[in-house]
Design a protein. Structure first.
Lengths: 151, 151
DNA sequence: TTTTCTGCAAATGCTTTGCATGGGA
DNA sequence: TCCCATGCAAAGCATTTGCAGAAAA
């Protein structure tokens, strides 16, 4: 991890922690662990993956607690949920705001491409449909570099 | 429904039917009903909604058959599945190719906004991430016109 | 001490699957 | 007639929920 990544991760962690504290939610070891993992994760983990990581630190942790913590953070707009119909949602605690993704349809890797903002597009869409747009989701599905090699 | 809509719907229906025939799938009344509904639908129905419509014609139809037919059409790229994590996928048989949607977060209405193609964006993303992009999904979530009124 | 959180287990709800029967071609 | 498709019921599975005990404040 690059130095600025660990810095960003730490900032995110503190931001989430402060938010929980300021809203009088209790700071438990399990919540701290989930916060740290979500703040640091670059790979859009599943609930199960977060669960496994928390378990190495707190073996008694239950999956239900992971889901409850994620739901709490979702409600506070501190985690972005990428929902998939095949039952394996992914979570992004590093960038909890709507942004585009590229998703490998073979290995399920998810990355964030750097592209221009979609704000103008959002305004245009809102005008044409009469919708008041709150958030969006833009996913490109395909094969990542590695998966193109061994086909 | 405008005349050109019913024309388009009819064309889609025939296209799907021809495809099933040419691939030696059996033409059953249930499949015909699902095809007709999907070809005509402008509202991105759920499997359940398709099921209810088919039932008015063939009361013995089962939900499993609806899902099997949808799966068949998905495999033939004749229906687009919009997957949602809360367990209520939506289907588009009128425009079975990836395209943007606006989705009301209150009443769940889904509409197709008319916007420019995302092809240039797709190429740019592919170049920057090393992905070979196969398809995409762009959803704008917000409140539709009616839902803005009665809040 | 009080209130919230955790962890277990059971429930939920959409979707899929297995299998015997029925119906296209 | 020969398979494929249907329909029923059961299974799957990520996620949610209820509740009693544990732990934060």
């Amino acid at each position: 991890m690059a130095p600025d990544d660990s810095r960003r991760s730490e900032d995110r962690f503190k931001h989430m922690l402060d938010k929980l504290k300021s809203l009088d939610f209790r700071i438990t070891p399990q919540r701290l662990a989930v916060l740290r993992i979500l703040a640091a994760s670059e790979d859009h983990p599943t609930a199960e993956q977060i669960f496994e990581k928390v378990r190495t630190e707190f073996p008694t942790t239950s999956l239900a607690t992971i889901y409850k913590t994620i739901a709490l953070l979702k409600g506070l707009n501190e985690v972005l949920e990428l929902g998939f119909p095949d039952g394996s949602n992914r979570y992004d605690g590093a960038k909890p705001f709507p942004h585009p993704h590229v998703i490998c349809i073979r290995c399920r890797k998810i990355m964030d491409p750097y592209i221009i903002s979609l704000d103008e597009l959002k305004d245009e869409i809102g005008k044409k449909t009469g919708f008041r747009i709150h958030y969006h989701r833009l996913d490109f599905f395909g094969l990542c570099g590695e998966c193109q090699k061994d086909l």
